[in-house]
Ligand binder design. Structure first.
Ligand code: SIN
Length: 273
C-alpha cells in the first residue's frame, strides 16, 4: 500500500512506501497512476535507480520518447541526462514549459530522477494548469474552448534559444529549419479524469491558430501571467535519489537556476501516449 501526502493546495503529493526499483505489482502501478491523475505531480524520496530501472518503471506507463534534439545516453537513447556543470551558466528547463508540447503527439508525463544535487538551490517549480483553468471566468473559459494554438520547438531550440545553448555535458541539436508547427486545443481535457486544463506555455506556444502573432500576444501573455500565480504552484527541493513524476497535460514546470558553481545531474524519461 503506497502512502500519499499532499504538499500544496493546487497540486503535488509525496508518495511513500514504494521502491521504484523493485517489482511493482499492477495494483502498485494503478495506485501511482491514480495519485498522478489526482495530484498532477508526485514525488518519491530515497530511491536508487539505475537507468535500466528508470526505463522499466517508465515503461509501465507507456512507450518512452526519444528526444528529437537532446542526445540521450549512449546505451539508452530514451534516457536524457540533464546536467549543469559548475562551469555552465545556463541550466536546462529554466523557464515555464510543458515537456514536448511542440510535438504532433505530445508526451503525457516525465519522470525525473536526481543523481547528484547541489548543496543549495536547484529546486523545481510546478504550476497546475487545471487550477489555472478553473480560476478563469465562465466567459473566458467558453471562448478558450473554441481556440487552438500553434506549438513549435523552433524558438527554444533555435541557435539563439535557451534550450539549445552549449552546456559542458549535454548535447543539444539546433532545430532551425527542422522544427515543425503543431496545433493543439487551448483547453485540454484529461483523457482519464475528464478534468480541463489550459494547454499553452511560454516556451513552445507560438500563436493562436488562425491569428497573427501580434493578435495572439495579448491573450497569450494574459494566460501566461495568470497561469503562474503562486496559488497554482508547488515547489520541490531535491535530494540525491528523489524522483518527480509530472503530468505534462496539466502541469507546467520550471527548473530554478540558483546554484552557481555547483553540479546538478538528473536523468529524465518521458512517457508518450
Ligand atoms: C526539465 O525541464 O525537464 C528539467 C527539470 C529539472 O531539471 O528540474
Amino acid at each position: 500500500m503506497v502512502s500519499v501526502r499532499k504538499v500544496a493546495g493546487a497540486l503535488g503529493a509525496e508518495i511513500g512506501d514504494v521502491d521504484l526499483a523493485g517489482a511493482l505489482s499492477d495494483a502498485d502501478i494503478a495506485a501511482i497512476r491514480a495519485a498522478l491523475n489526482e495530484h498532477q505531480v508526485i514525488f518519491f524520496r530515497d530511491q536508487a535507480l539505475t537507468p535500466e530501472q528508470q526505463l522499466a518503471f517508465g515503461r509501465r506507463f507507456g512507450p518512452l520518447n526519444i528526444h528529437p534534439y537532446v542526445t540521450g545516453m549512449a546505451d539508452h537513447p530514451e534516457v536524457m541526462e540533464i546536467i549543469k556543470e559548475p562551469t555552465d551558466k545556463l541550466n536546462f528547463g529554466g523557464g515555464w514549459h510543458s515537456d514536448m508540447s511542440f510535438l504532433e503527439t505530445p508526451s503525457i508525463g516525465s519522470i525525473l530522477y536526481a543523481v547528484q544535487t547541489p548543496s543549495f538551490g536547484g529546486d523545481t517549480l510546478f504550476a497546475s494548469q487545471a487550477a489555472a483553468y478553473d480560476a478563469l471566468s465562465d466567459g473566458l473559459k467558453a471562448t478558450l474552448e473554441t481556440l487552438r494554438a500553434v506549438h513549435s520547438a523552433g524558438r527554444e531550440y533555435s541557435a539563439k534559444g535557451q534550450s539549445a545553448q552549449k552546456r559542458a555535458s549535454m548535447q543539444v541539436a539546433e532545430a532551425e529549419g527542422l522544427a515543425g508547427e503543431f496545433i493543439h486545443p487551448v483547453v485540454k481535457v484529461h483523457p482519464e479524469t475528464g478534468r480541463k486544463a489550459l494547454y499553452v506555455n511560454p516556451a513552445f506556444t507560438m500563436r493562436l491558430d488562425g491569428w497573427t502573432k501580434r493578435e495572439s500576444k495579448p491573450l497569450l501573455d494574459y494566460l501566461f501571467e495568470h497561469s503562474r500565480q503562486e496559488a497554482f504552484t508547488c515547489r520541490f527541493s531535491w535530494r540525491d535519489g528523489s524522483v518527480a513524476f509530472w503530468d505534462n497535460r496539466q502541469v507546467w514546470h520550471y527548473a530554478l537556476n540558483d546554484y552557481p558553481g555547483q553540479r546538478r545531474h538528473m536523468r529524465r524519461v518521458t512517457v508518450d501516449p
